[in-house]
Write a protein that binds this ligand. Structure first.
Ligand SMILES: Cc1cc2nc3c(=O)[nH]c(=O)nc-3n(C[C@H](O)[C@H](O)[C@H](O)COP(=O)(O)O)c2cc1C
Length: 237
C-alpha cells in the first residue's frame, strides 16, 4: 500500500492559506487515486510539536555515543522520566515519516524562512540515526518522495531582486538531501507574491501572483498523480 504523510504549518486558516489549499488539492488527487487508508495528516499549527528539551538532547547524545542504535532499543536507553517522555513524543513522529512513500509539506514563508512550528518538527524527528538502517547504515529515506509547497507574500524566483532572501528552499533542500532524500525525489512548488491582492504596494504584481498560483496548481496536480518510483524495498532497521 502506498502512503502519504501530509504536514501543514501555516498559522492561517484553511480558507485563506494558499499553502493549505495547495496541499489539500494534492491530497485530494492522491486519495482519489490511492484511497484514504495510506493517508496521514498532521497540522503543526493546530497541534504543535513541542520544542526539543535538555532530556531530548541527553538521550540523543547517549544514543550517538553508542553508534548505530535501532529505534526499538532507544526506549531501553532512557535514564529519566523526562527522557522517557521525550522519546514518547519523538518516536511516533519518526515512525510516521519512515512509513510514508510521499511526504507533502505546506510551508509558508515566515521571515524569509520556515515557520517555527515546522522547525520544531524537524528538530524532533532528526534524532541521531533515526533515518539510517542500524545494521548497514543504509539511508532509509532514499526512495521517499518529498514535495514542498511554499507560499510567499513576495517573490523569490531566480533572477528577481529578492532571490537571495529565500532561506526556505536552500534550507529545506540541504536538510532533506542530508537526511537521505535523493535530489530527484525532492520537489518544490512555489506560490509567489501571495499578498499582491492585499498589500497596495504589491498590487501591480497581481498578474504575476495569478500566474504563479496557476502554475503551482498545475504542479501539485501533476505531482499528486505521478507514481512514486522504485519504492519496493522494505524498510527494516
Ligand atoms: C509571521 C509572518 C511572516 C511572514 N514573513 C514573510 C517574509 O519574510 N517574506 C514574504 O514574502 N512573506 C512573508 N509573509 C507572508 C506569507 O509568506 C504569505 O502570506 C503566505 O501566503 C503565507 O502562506 P499561507 O498563505 O499558506 O498562510 C509572512 C507572513 C506571516 C504571517
Amino acid at each position: 500500500m502506498t502512503s502519504l504523510l501530509h504536514v501543514d504549518s501555516s498559522a492561517t486558516d484553511a480558507g485563506d492559506s494558499i499553502s493549505r489549499q495547495l496541499t489539500a488539492g494534492f491530497a485530494q488527487v492522491w486519495r482519489k487515486l490511492h484511497g484514504a487508508d495510506g493517508y496521514r495528516y498532521r497540522d503543526l499549527a493546530a497541534d504543535p510539536v513541542s520544542l526539543v528539551s535538555p532530556a531530548f538532547v541527553s538521550l540523543g547524545l547517549r544514543v550517538e555515543r553508542q553508534g548505530a542504535v535501532p529505534l526499538a532499543k532507544v526506549a531501553g536507553m532512557t535514564e529519566t522520566a523526562a527522557e522517557e517522555r521525550e522519546w514518547a513524543l519523538t518516536l511516533p513522529l519518526i515512525e510516521e515519516m519512515l512509513a510514508a512513500d510521499t511526504v507533502l509539506l505546506g510551508v509558508p514563508m515566515y521571515n524569509f524562512s520556515v515557520p517555527a512550528s515546522l522547525k520544531a518538527w524537524i528538530d524532533r524527528i532528526t534524532f541521531p540515526g533515526a533515518f539510517l538502517a542500524s545494521g548497514t547504515g543504509e539511508r532509509l529515506l532514499r526512495r521517499t518522495r518529498v514535495v514542498v509547497v511554499t507560499a510567499r507574500g513576495g517573490c523569490y524566483a531566480p533572477g528577481t531582486p529578492r532571490e537571495g532572501f529565500d532561506f526556505q528552499t536552500p534550507y529545506l533542500r540541504a536538510y532533506f538531501t542530508d537526511l537521505g532524500v535523493s535530489e530527484e525525489n525532492l520537489h518544490f512548488v512555489h506560490a509567489e507574491m501571495t499578498r499582491a491582492g492585499d498589500v497596495p504596494q504589491l498590487a501591480r504584481f497581481k498578474p504575476l501572483a495569478a500566474d504563479s498560483l496557476t502554475a503551482a496548481w498545475t504542479a501539485v496536480t501533476e505531482l499528486a498523480a505521478r507514481p512514486v518510483g522504485g519504492r519496493a524495498a522494505a524498510r527494516s532497521r
